[in-house]
Design a protein around this ligand. Structure first.
Ligand code: TYD
Length: 210
């Protein structure tokens, strides 16, 4: 059962493989809530705090020295981010939109079983879960084609196609474990079509939450 922090707060996370369009849709969601008069905080993992920014460059530019350290660095980033940014915003009754959160760990740190990652996530977050999570579902080839247009790729983003196929498979399992919280958005469409699908859920979340 997720904990609620503030009376009118809402915590929404955006998930998917690199190139799925989640960052664009996060901006659209921010606009949607702001137009309705809500106060919105946009943030991301890794790198939503000062310590997180250092970790982000360590993780993404150099890579951690081993996989266990890598998981723990994501957890350190998450723990700080939660206490410095997410919880204060929720306590102030704001809407927090976060690019990647616990489900990224479950999908990307696929060397480890869900049980281990669940308890690490729980330790880092104290059990706080998003009210709503969007998973932007696209075929790997579409993501690869979109990413070809980017100039900069980092350590994590330049991983093999086989690894990314496994990440996709893990993401689908993650969605199936928590279908009430995680909404799958078919995203192999235009930006506007995807936004429409997402906004349907956003309206629902306002009705059920406020
Ligand atoms: P980023 O540049 O933010 O990519 P994107 O724009 O696709 O979100 O890089 C984040 C990378 O870090 C991404 O490849 C996923 C990875 N990651 C993990 O492996 N575990 C995690 O817990 C998180 C939050 C991210």
């Amino acid at each position: 059962m997720e904990k609620k922090v503030g009376p009118n707060s809402l915590f929404i996370t955006f998930e998917g493989i690199d190139g799925c369009g989640k960052s664009t849709q996060l901006l659209k969601a921010a606009r949607f809530f702001e137009d309705l008069g809500y106060e919105v905080v946009q943030t991301k993992e890794p790198g939503g705090t000062m310590i997180g920014k250092h970790l982000r460059s360590l993780l993404l530019e150099e890579g951690a020295k081993n996989q266990r350290s890598e998981v723990l660095m994501f957890m350190l980033d998450r723990s700080e981010h939660l206490r410095q940014v997410i919880v204060p915003a929720l306590e102030a009754g704001k809407i927090v939109l976060c690019d990647r959160f616990i489900d990224s760990t479950l999908a990307y740190q696929l060397e480890y079983p869900f049980e281990i990652l669940d308890s690490l996530n729980h330790f880092a977050t104290g059990g706080l879960k998003p009210n709503l999570t969007f998973y932007f579902d696209i075929p790997l080839q579409t993501a690869i084609n979109r990413r070809k247009n980017r100039t900069h790729t980092d350590q994590i983003e330049s991983r093999s196609i086989e690894y990314m196929e496994n990440v996709l498979a893990r993401y689908l399992k993650v969605c199936m474990r928590d279908p009430e919280r995680i909404k799958i958005i078919p995203s192999n469409h235009s930006i506007d079509q995807v936004t429409k699908l997402m906004e349907g859920h956003l309206r629902g979340s306002i009705e059920s939450n406020f």
